[in-house]
Design a protein around this ligand. Sequence first.
Ligand code: GMT
Length: 377
Amino acid sequence: MKKLKIGITCYPTVGGSGVLATELGKMLAERGHEIHFITSSVPFRLKKLYPNVFFHEVEVSNYSVFQYPPYDIALASKMADVIKEEKLDVLHVHYAIPHAVCAVLAREMSGENIGIVTTLHGTDISVLGQDSTLAPAIRYGIEKSDIVTSVSNSLKEQTYDYIGTTKEIETVYNFVDESVFKPIDSSLLKDQYGIKENERVLIHVSNFRKIKNLPDIISTFFKVREKMPAKLLLVGDGPEKHRVLEEVKMSPYKEDVLFLGKQENVAELFGISDVKLLLSEKEAFGLVLLEAMACGVPGIGTNIGGIPEVIDHGENGFVVELGDVDQAAQYAIELLSDPEKLITFRQAAINTVQTKFLADPIIDHYVQLYERLVALR
Ligand code: GMT
């Protein structure tokens, strides 16, 4: 099949949509496609050099007349340049606002009949889609895209509810890089963090936004800690960090909560973890949940958004109602106090990733979508 020239735009900083877009770009490049990232900085997971990956930086003018730097216009101009200069076949944008709208504008500016794929990731619909100042632009970006995908069925339904579009939306699940996210024996790390042999390890990884519901993570852990020796690893940083620190300081178990900040090698931390907690108020998919599962760490998540599409309740993890910390703690205790059950769940988590969320068929799916567009040109 023809090697494609694909432009990718995403938020390059830490965040699931940027991670997914970068991994997709890297894996497409490994298959020989030519990838052009059009972003404000180099995507943070793009560490290695690939001969067929290119980066086009969006520079925003600071002209003093502007009250706000016109990032969206600069992005659309850069996209239009790259479409023409590099003769792109497809532009794949991640996150509806502003990326889908910018892509449509860029196509118009370039005068080229380029295909646009927009992938919806979550808060672009679940939060911004409820903002009446943005919803019309989101609808426009979706409807003018040639193909729209969503990372879960739940997000697809939410898009129909909030945005009121009739555009066909195809669910394409997220995936992880299985060469990085795999069971790793990082037991030496336990010593370094002062985690004792008899202590169970729970982990939460996020950007500490309010929707990640950190208070419930802490409460669940404290309830587990009342019953057994355990540690909680809190990985990440964000607006709720301070509040969480204050809450933990008041607890008799404060020594058992380890704030690790932002970490690069999360797979190694999963290597010392027994259970992953994701008790979000909103979550279109929960990519970190999948990363944990690929490393053999079962998750306990809320019955929210796409989480129940990732966790098979009672098989590879547990799903609880939002706010039900008693139930979350009970499930964690059930797993952590029964080594055989934990092993069964660990294996089931790995199996789920290898059957439902394997990278290769998901990349194939995206390539088929691109080829469908190229065939129409
Ligand atoms: O969850 C976040 O805060 C980051 C956000 C993003 O836009 O990067 O993540 C969204 O996209 C991820 C990748 O598809 C999903 O795994 C997350 O569930 C989704 N976040 C929310 O829906 C809150």
